[in-house]
Design a protein around this ligand. Structure first.
Ligand SMILES: [Zn+2]
Length: 232
């Protein structure tokens, strides 16, 4: 066998197991992508495009053996909480800082046409609000989402109606972060408390003056556990 043929064969062999396995299993895999950008961001679209092409080269074709599962996160959307509406005077009695709350609502594109107890009429949607007596005196305010849930926050994405996070199928970015990432953050927090380098690959920071050895050792153990989890 000539050298060039051998290399070509090797190249084929690395791609082969992926394609073969995908055909045998016939199961559609889901790849979750966490994006910190809007869906129409052109730079991100280019990057995602490159990612998809690289996967296709390995035998993974979108729609055939894998699909993209993407969920929006709460942080990507506009959020309105009932407290802001209350301070602005659209719910109950106007509260202190009503003007600041009014500004915030304007930024969110929130323009009530009319409002009265229980209803806020927007140009494109009517929001239902509720006052519930609090256990500790006074009243608590809630939105009543179209799904019937009583919530303190509503979310909206690009001209869609305001809905609760269950309806909008939103999830918190921190919840989506992988377990490994959480462990890495844990090491960073311990290092932050002790001072020194934040990177867990560096030497463990020295015991700060005044800290008990027992506590310092416990932090070290926690740090080691988190580090090992990340590296396993
Ligand atoms: Zn809802």
């Amino acid at each position: 066998m000539r050298r060039r043929e051998f290399i070509a064969l090797l190249g084929g062999a690395t791609a082969w197991p992926f394609a073969a396995r995908a055909q045998q299993i016939e199961r559609v895999r889901r790849i979750a992508v966490l994006l910190s950008a809007a869906a129409d961001d052109t730079i991100f679209q280019t990057r995602i495009g490159a990612f998809l092409q690289a996967l296709a080269l390995l035998g993974w074709t979108i729609g055939r053996n894998w699909a993209v599962a993407r969920r929006r996160t709460v942080e990507e959307t506009w959020t309105i909480d009932i407290g802001t509406l209350r301070r602005a005077g659209y719910v109950g009695e106007p509260a202190p800082n009503w003007w600041k709350s009014g500004d915030k609502l304007c930024v969110l594109g929130f323009w009530p046409k009319t409002w009265r107890d229980g209803w806020i009429e927007l140009p494109y949607q009517t929001l239902q609000t509720e006052q519930v007596p609090s256990r500790f005196g006074g009243e608590r305010f809630y939105f009543r989402c179209d799904c019937g849930r009583r919530v303190e926050k509503l979310h909206n994405t690009r001209g869609k109606p305001w809905r609760c996070r269950h309806c909008s199928d939103l999830t918190y970015a921190t919840r989506q972060a992988s377990a490994r990432e959480r462990e890495r953050i844990k090491t960073q927090k311990i290092r932050e408390r002790l001072g020194g380098s934040l990177y867990f690959g560096d030497e463990f920071p020295a015991k700060p003056k005044g800290m008990h050895w027992k506590r310092y050792r416990r932090l070290w153990t926690e740090h080691e556990d988190a580090k090992n989890y990340f590296w396993q």
